[in-house]
Design a protein around this ligand. Structure first.
Ligand code: FAD
Ligand code: SF4
Length: 462
């Protein structure tokens, strides 16, 4: 019988020293638990009779059971338990916002710190047993995925497992959606994404890059090509603009553009074909994951970096770990302030930002206290680079090319089965929810795969 130690302190995830991170820009920062740490952390779990963590996980990973197997030293069994419901623990163990889901519900967290479920998931994922190659049974009907983010990847995997012939169409030249173009390699190494794509290819999924559905071909063309169903998971890649004077000056980016240039086009390399304009001082506007990612890149590219956020620290929406890491790396927060104007020089290059101080008011529709401008509180700061990371709306290309697809405020409208107004066209992830999280996109992808299977197999459940 294992003696549990819930009162022991939560184990800290080992991480690269901040100075090393800035020197070797792309190296992963969070290093993962060593074996002794994983065991000590697993021993904190109360082995609850009614584990709230499992209900709170959008994919309902049997967390209690995988922790039990980990404590038995049976990592293979722990891995199998996780992958029964989540095929991508290497990804989720690194980027899932556990504090919003399983760790928020963890019973231990009511009085003490919750079990570090995410870090345990990653520990187990790194001990993946040797697998025999997945059986290819993809002689079934053809199904198309539009977009290659986490919603499509899980749907493709589930449908290929059911014998469908799955093709993933991606607008960019590489696969993974935000996992690749938005989340930096120092948070999610590219090899982890490459490996998942390789495994999916091994199970028969076909990947087509540089292919924009709505431009390269239409949804109707896909059906004419013999696809029996389509899953649209085109994400939320249309950045909101600040709508302030000076936004078009050189050196002003949206997070989407900045991160795509750096992550996907490798603008951090000296001879990059699509470099970013740099300078001494960068200001990143926003408080979500994209803001932290941009700020951490700006530090690695040598800028003094300020994260300007119109609310307070408790209203930040980024993963707690990324906020900590950004601060450790020298990014400075300026709370309760918002830009109102950008100033430039004769060459049209940004040189300054006029800001206004804020105070917190009544909650708005997001449930957070609203930022209220303080009249007459304007002040100016010098800047060389500005990155607006204030949110994103759904990518509109496919919707514009398909007037029969019902949308609301740019988001595709779906019924309880994830089906759109166009028969046999399903949708999920950020294009339905607006900017959301990896795990909710995956939940949508799984639900869509089940609905597609029901629709194509005459009502059979997966
Ligand atoms: P996406 O991942 O957006 O993928 C959509 C794909 O569709 C893209 O590759 C796009 O190029 C492609 N596409 C678009 N239109 C077309 C078309 N017409 N034809 C073909 N392809 C098309 N969530 C977390 O849980 N944890 C995090 O740490 C986190 N960090 C984030 C950091 C950043 C910078 C951003 C922007 C978001 C972050 N998120 C995070 C949110 C999370 O990444 C998204 O919620 C998730 O990726 C949505 O998945 P998706 O499959 O719906 O779409
Ligand atoms: Fe363990 Fe927390 Fe889940 Fe209970 S709720 S089983 S303590 S991880």
């Amino acid at each position: 019988m294992v003696r549990r130690t819930p009162k022991a302190p939560r184990q800290e995830l080992p991480r690269l020293e901040p100075a090393q991170r800035l020197e070797v820009g792309c190296r992963e920062v969070a290093l993962g638990f060593a074996e002794g740490q994983a065991r000590a952390e697993a021993l904190r779990c109360l082995d609850c009779k009614d584990p709230a963590c499992v209900d709170a996980c959008p994919l309902h990973i049997d967390i209690r059971s995988f922790i039990r197997s980990l404590l038995d030293g049976d990592y293979g069994a722990a891995f199998r338990t996780i992958t029964e419901t989540n095929p991508f623990p290497d990804i989720c163990g690194r980027v899932c916002q556990h504090e919003l889901y399983c760790e928020k519900a963890c019973l231990l967290g009511k009085k003490l710190e919750p079990v570090a479920i995410g870090s345990l998931e990653r520990f187990v994922a790194e001990r993946r047993p040797v697998e025999s190659p997945a059986a290819r049974r993809n002689g079934g009907p053809k199904v198309a995925m539009v977009g290659s983010g986490p919603a499509s990847l899980i749907a493709a995997r589930d449908l290929a497992g059911l014998g469908y012939h799955v093709t993933v169409f991606e607008a960019l030249h590489d696969f993974g959606g935000v996992l690749r173009y938005g989340i930096p390699p120092f948070r999610l190494p590219r090899e982890v994404i490459d490996e998942e794509v390789r495994r999916l290819r091994g199970s028969g999924v076909e990947f087509v890059s540089d292919f924009i559905v709505g431009r390269t071909c239409s949804l109707d063309d896909l059906f004419e090509e013999g696809y029996a169903a389509v899953f649209v998971a085109t994400g939320a890649g249309l950045p909101y603009l600040m709508n302030i004077p000076g936004e078009m000056l050189i050196g002003v980016y949206t997070a989407n553009e900045f991160l795509t240039r750096v992550n996907l086009m490798e603008a951090w390399r000296p001879q990059a074909a699509t470099p970013v304009h740099l300078g001494q001082r960068a200001v990143i506007v926003g408080g979500g994951n994209a803001a932290m990612d941009a700020a951490r890149w700006a530090r690695r590219l040598g800028c003094e970096t300020t994260i300007l956020f119109r609310r307070g620290r408790t209203e930040l929406r980024a993963r707690l770990e990324e906020i900590d890491h950004a601060e450790e790396e020298g990014a400075r927060f300026e709370f309760l302030a918002a830009p109102v104007r950008l100033l430039g020089n004769d060459q049209g290059v940004v040189t300054g930002m006029e800001c206004l101080r804020m105070r917190l008011g009544e909650p708005d529709e997001s449930g957070r206290p609203s930022p209220v401008p303080i009249e007459g509180s304007e002040y100016r700061i010098p800047v060389d680079v500005v990155v607006a990371a204030i949110g994103q709306a759904p990518n509109p290309t496919l919707q514009r090319a398909t007037p029969s697809i019902l949308t609301r405020k740019g988001k595709i409208v779906v019924d309880e089965n994830g089906e759109t107004s166009v028969p046999h066209v399903f949708a999920g992830g950020d294009v339905v929810r607006g900017g959301s999280t990896v795990i909710l996109a995956m939940r949508d992808g799984r639900a869509a795969a089940q609905a597609i299977h029901r629709a194509l197999s005459g009502g059979e459940s997966a």
